[in-house]
Design a protein around this ligand. Sequence first.
Ligand code: 5GP
Length: 223
Amino acid sequence: MPRGNLFVMTGASGVGKGTIRGRLLEYHRMYYSISMTTRPPRPGERHGVDYYFVSKAEFESKIAQNGFLEWAQYVDDYYGTPREPVEEALNREQDVLLEIEVQGALQVKQTMPEAILVFIIPPSLSELRRRLLVRGTDSLSKIAKRLQRAQEEIRMADRFKYVLVNDQLDKAVSDFAAIIQAERLLQPRMTEAIARALSKDPALESELDELERIRRAAGEVGK
Ligand code: 5GP
């Protein structure tokens, strides 16, 4: 049975993954996997919407139960993708979107080689620094750690199938949508359409027989 596509959006913190994801989900029907984290909520973030905010002990017990598709320690906290909802959505033939950092994305590539990894990069390191400073959600020391990590991650770009530059948001969103669309059209996903293309519709066939008969009667024979 075909399963849904698993799209993994990854890239450095501050590169705009969250914004691209938000825009994509407005227009594309996909199951978005809500991650679990030990990071405290930022103002406006809600439990069960932005993340499942849990204690370190809760996170570690889920690791022990093999409850994550992937998980990673990022800067000072844990982040992970709960396994079950993703598997269920894929089995319902729904496409799934994960928005996760690079280490986790590489774990998914190992365990689910069919996953489609999309690596988002900034136009430059300075632009990334500007965005992290303007966003104002992290302390200066956290920003420094995130920038250091971003450099290391961008050097790993060769491990991803697609690379997308987030220079202009609209362009990045439409590039991502193009990837989704192209992956949906890959030949192995089109077997039903191919079978349908070879099928005949008895009602339409008899109308067409009649049309042919009329044209023949009008003297088209041999033309
Ligand atoms: P933030 O603290 O800014 O919300 O997220 C920090 C980083 O963790 C971002 O790059 C974000 O994409 C990533 N992240 C969010 N959820 C997950 C997850 O479930 N697994 C992994 N590996 N990374 C995640």
